[in-house]
Design a protein around this ligand. Structure first.
Ligand SMILES: C[S@@+](CC[C@H](N)C(=O)[O-])C[C@H]1O[C@@H](n2cnc3c(N)ncnc32)[C@H](O)[C@@H]1O
Length: 283
């Protein structure tokens, strides 16, 4: 990635691009498109399989050690599949999104489950949660999920202060974010060199699900370090599936693809090529 292109990707050249005023991106107008495109097929199954593997067992261990169900918050939850799953395991879950349409879909999914679930829903920007959540020690969370939210925020680094405020001292943060290196690598494989040479490239964000302001892994790691987190585990989501133009051999067997994605999601150097990266961290 060239420095100029990297700056562009990281949104560091805003001073020279006044028309590109950054704002948090609500998915209200693209809720159907998102549901179909991201979770309507194998891509979504891989994403959920890796996150489930990383989070569910770990949260069960945390809960056992604490001797009680966890208090869990999902910010920018979208369809909230993992948070709803955690609620089915008896945890107390708060689900937030700026988009009412996204949370309507999530609620409809939760209602399909034939079990009483402890879920509270808040439609608002996560920045407004302070007004509803309270500020006492017991208003904090044992586990905060922030999945594919960073890259859609105008000020992504600011969310780290929110986590500091709402995570218990021994709480865990599940941070999943779009990996800008995967954009370059995929376009290299696809031969889209013009696109990589074009330092002004911007995805059409009316419908595109390619974020224009992703945060590089190194930057996220530096934030985690500055906020005293230690990585418990890290994984890549879709480390090869999206890169294979030719669906041959095992690629025709969805279960085998998921099995291999799960295996390689944890292995160096492959995991760092995931379309998304997942870091589970503790303070
Ligand atoms: C790419 S989706 C990810 C949804 C879900 N976490 C997942 O991984 O499938 C990003 C979500 O963040 C929401 N969002 C954007 N800005 C937000 C903000 N300031 N506060 C809360 N949610 C926000 C969008 O509406 C959208 O539903």
């Amino acid at each position: 990635m060239t420095t100029e292109h990297q700056n562009n990707q990281l949104g560091l050249n805003q001073a020279t691009a006044p028309e590109d005023t950054r704002a948090d991106r609500s998915f209200d107008t693209i809720a159907d498109h998102f549901e179909k495109k991201v979770y309507g097929g194998l891509k979504g199954e891989i994403r959920l399989a890796v996150l489930r593997r990383d989070i569910v067992e770990y949260s069960a261990q945390m809960s056992e050690a604490l001797g009680r169900p966890l208090r869990i918050l999902d910010v920018g939850a979208g369809l909230a599949q993992i948070a709803i799953e955690l609620a089915t395991q008896g945890h107390s879950v708060v689900i937030n999104d700026i988009s009412a349409n996204m949370l309507e879909k999530a609620k409809a999914n939760a209602e399909q489950i034939d079990q009483a679930l402890d879920i509270t829903w808040y439609v608002c920007p996560y920045q407004a949660l302070e007004e509803t959540l309270g500020k006492e020690e017991n208003d904090k969370f044992d586990l905060i999920l922030s999945h594919a939210l960073l890259e859609w925020l105008a000020e992504p680094a600011a969310v780290m202060d929110f986590f500091d405020q709402y995570l218990t001292d021994d709480g865990a943060l599940s941070l999943c974010f779009y990996n800008p290196a995967s954009f370059d690598y995929r376009n290299l494989i696809m031969g889209n060199f013009n696109l990589l040479d074009n330092t002004d490239y911007k995805a059409d964000n009316k419908k595109s699900l390619t974020p224009n302001h992703p945060v590089a892994k190194e930057e996220v790691e530096s934030w985690l370090k500055a906020h005293d987190y230690q990585t418990v585990r890290s994984s890549g989501l879709r480390v090869f599936h999206d890169y294979a133009p030719l669906k041959r051999g095992g690629h025709n067997d969805p279960d085998a693809v998921i099995r291999m994605e799960l295996r390689y999601s944890q292995l160096e150097p492959y995991k760092w090529l995931g379309r998304y990266l997942h870091i589970l961290a503790k303070r």
